[in-house]
Design a protein around this ligand. Structure first.
Ligand code: NAP
Length: 208
């Protein structure tokens, strides 16, 4: 699990454990955010350094990425470089399934309401660079030769899990209606464990 200290990643670690999965939690620094547990191995790695990821990936059934840049307004190239390195580390380690947390702002709008398509144009103006970097990352996932699921989330908030979210390929979600981090995490764990029909698909997750 990449990005285990982040707002979504912490919830992924929690949810995966609650469902009985062992987790290797990867991030660059000491992980006070990830409580010690018999089911969690905390691991220091940097997605800019492919070799640093390989010991963490050895023996894993799937890798979930919740990495993100510090700011979507100054995104740099973390997603394009980090996801490419993570895919290469999966290939070298024999991991077959890769789940990437992405954003609904990557959609072309065909699956949104007319109002949301209009709002999306503004979002694209503001987050142009972040979208461009994530688009490169998404393409690398699609062309990796691995089994994959790209999960495009709406804006996320620190709210209690609602469990009333919608998720699926082409699911119509409300662009501006925030989703709890925990619900997005639940969707990511489902993608990694028991939603075989999502493999090779882009899945939207949000609320109606
Ligand atoms: N938050 C939202 O509303 C939202 C909505 C839709 C999509 N998304 C996308 O979903 C992803 C996760 O979002 P989030 O809000 O949960 O992110 P976040 O809280 O900012 O967490 C980002 C994570 O990425 C890790 N990271 C950053 N650089 C890294 C590196 N070089 N090597 C390894 N790990 C690195 C950080 O770990 P360390 O700093 O500990 O290394 C942290 O765990 C992002 O791509 C974001 O754009 C977010």
């Amino acid at each position: 699990m990449l990005g285990a200290t982040g707002a979504t990643g912490r919830k992924v670690v929690e949810r995966a454990q609650a469902l009985g999965h062992d987790v290797v939690a990867v991030s660059r620094r000491q992980q006070q955010e990830v409580p010690p547990s018999a089911m969690v191995t905390r691991f220091t790695g940097d997605v800019r350094d492919r070799l640093s990821l390989m010991p963490a990936f050895a023996g894993a059934d799937a890798v979930i990425s919740c990495i993100g840049p510090d700011s979507n307004l100054k995104p740099g190239n973390l997603m394009s470089v980090g996801i490419s390195n993570s895919l290469a580390a999966c290939q070298a380690s024999g991991v077959r399934l890769f789940i990437m947390q992405s954003g609904i702002m990557l959609t072309d709008g065909a699956d949104l309401s007319a109002f949301d398509r209009w709002a999306l144009r503004l979002v694209h103006l503001v987050f142009r660079k972040a979208i461009a970097d994530k688009a490169i990352a998404e393409r690398a996932v699609r062309e990796s030769g691995l089994s994959w699921v790209i999960v495009r989330a709406v804006g996320l908030r620190d709210l209690p899990a609602g469990k009333n979210y919608v998720a699926g390929p082409d699911a119509r979600v409300a662009l501006l209606r925030p989703l709890p981090f925990a619900d997005c995490a639940d969707c990511l764990v489902r993608a990694a464990t028991n939603e075989g029909s999502w493999t090779g698909k882009i899945v939207n997750v949000g609320r109606v």
